[in-house]
Design a protein around this ligand. Structure first.
Ligand code: ZN
Length: 465
């Protein structure tokens, strides 16, 4: 097989074996550094060994969940004994898949009544999903420290200079990190517990492109962390005006699915690479971009991630299915086979030599799926390269395609001026051929396509339930 792992694993990352900052002597720093050093080794383990280790964690987790939560005491009651061997032998497939609605309905019954002491105190967050009620999540300190170690893994994989300035455009709450000043912090966040980092700065994601540019020019950061749709609009804005950021070394994206063409756009506009992360607020890091290839490695040390077909069978390389996640380390509120709502395409083992399984592409949530009147589904714009063609048909700032009826699509545009009849016609034709169905097409114009409550921007939504 030409693309099977071929390189021999390198030795551990020298940046982790160096004499790190004194703060690594705090409890958090020690733990995060310890996890980081473990991750540095386990990334090179063969996939089979990682899987065996995962099943060891899964057995512990299931026994803990069954013994200390009301919810799993009932949903896992049909198992006699749970061991890594019984799970691998097929028992795992009998563990029910959990939806967001069932987690919401279970409420307090999901919470463990006896969290092991070393896992530390708990904290809670609420996710503001676009579908229904917010979800309450309770996490242990131990689980959060793991997340920090994955953040450090991402920095190390992409060879970032910790002394640089990290700019984040991702806050969406009203009044937070507002232009012109934004927010200013003396470090990069939790990575500072292990490495001495430079400062980080933040700007509200609802700032205009002009404001973002001005803020970036004044602060001259080394790295920019934001949503893919911000990169798209900001890069086009900068390309049109010939604006570069002289110190910028890399763009990192998170929170939304990365559409095709955005890497190229960042490269063209600013001459920098883009690295993407796949994470969820409920579950933390799921996959990070390989240091050598534009696909993703699953964070197998933190999650057991399954990609399942309609019959709940695991997908093979090249196949796309539902992402189902088990968080291995959060004993406060175990999420076992939690269906996160995304879809992903499974990849072959990576030639970089890491045993962490590969996802080649991540698709958006179910609401991003177009359903043709014939019953066929389409991955809309997220899986094609030709959106550039569409953007060149008119001076479009933002767009959103909404399926408003079974046979009708509304194209919502934020645009400098209304389209001419011939432009509308051209775009309507493009849309019909793109989606492979003669939809009724209508247009709606506004100054701004609204983001969801979580600050996300969706380029396709289905409004037909
Ligand atoms: Zn790789």
């Amino acid at each position: 097989m030409s693309n099977s792992p071929s390189k021999s694993p390198p030795k551990s990352d020298s940046r982790l074996s160096a004499d790190l900052r004194k703060e690594a002597q705090t409890a958090k720093g020690k733990a995060v550094l310890n996890f980081s050093r473990q991750l540095d080794q386990t990334q090179w383990w063969p996939e089979e060994r990682l899987r065996r280790e995962q099943f060891r964690f899964l057995a512990s987790l299931l026994n803990h969940a069954r013994g200390t939560t009301d919810f799993y005491a009932s949903t896992l009651s049909h198992f006699e004994t749970i061991t890594p061997e019984t799970l691998e032998d097929g028992a795992w497939t009998q563990v029910p898949v959990l939806t967001r609605d069932s987690v919401n309905a279970a409420g307090e019954r999901m919470l463990s009544t006896n969290i092991p002491k070393p896992h530390g105190p708990t904290s809670e967050i609420f996710t503001s999903g676009t579908t229904g009620r917010p979800l309450r999540l309770v996490r242990t300190r131990f689980a959060l420290w793991y997340w920090s170690a994955f953040t450090i893994r991402d920095h190390l994989w992409h060879n970032r200079d910790f002394t640089g300035t990290l700019a984040a455009i991702r806050d969406s709450a009203k009044g937070v990190a507002v232009y012109p000043d934004g927010g200013r912090h003396k470090a990069w966040g939790s990575s500072d517990n292990v490495f001495k980092t430079g400062p980080s700065i933040s700007l509200n994601i609802n700032s205009s492109a002009d404001e973002m540019v001005d803020w970036l020019q004044r602060n001259d950061p080394d790295y920019l962390l934001t949503h893919p749709t911000v990169v798209a609009s900001l890069a086009r804005h900068c390309l049109d005006r010939g604006i570069r950021f002289p110190n910028l070394k890399e763009v990192q994206t998170l929170s939304e699915i990365l559409p095709p063409g955005i890497r190229e756009l960042a490269r063209e506009a600013w001459g920098v690479a883009l690295s993407d992360m796949y994470s969820g607020r409920e579950v933390g890091y799921l996959a990070l971009q390989c240091p050598e290839h534009p696909h993703y490695h699953i964070m197998s040390e933190g999650v057991y991630l399954e990609v399942l077909d309609d019959d709940n069978h695991p997908c093979k390389p090249g196949e796309t299915g539902r992402v189902v996640v088990t968080t291995l380390h959060n004993y406060a509120m175990p999420l076992i086979r939690y269906e996160i709502g995304d879809y992903a395409c499974v990849g072959e083992p990576c030639p970089c030599g890491r045993g962490l399984p590969v996802l080649t592409r991540i698709h958006g949530r179910k609401q991003n799926v177009l359903i043709l009147p014939t019953g066929e589904t389409r991955w809309t714009l997220l899986s094609s390269e030709d959106i550039k063609e569409f953007m060149e048909m008119a001076p479009i700032r933002q767009y959103q395609f909404a399926q408003i009826k079974e046979n009708a699509i509304e194209i919502r545009l934020a645009i400098a001026r209304s389209l001419t009849t011939s432009e509308e016609k051209q775009i309507a034709e493009w849309t019909k051929s793109k989606f492979g169905y003669p939809f009724d097409i209508s247009f709606a114009y506004s100054n701004e396509i609204p983001r969801t409550k979580a600050g996300k921007y969706q380029d396709f939504i289905s409004e037909i339930g």
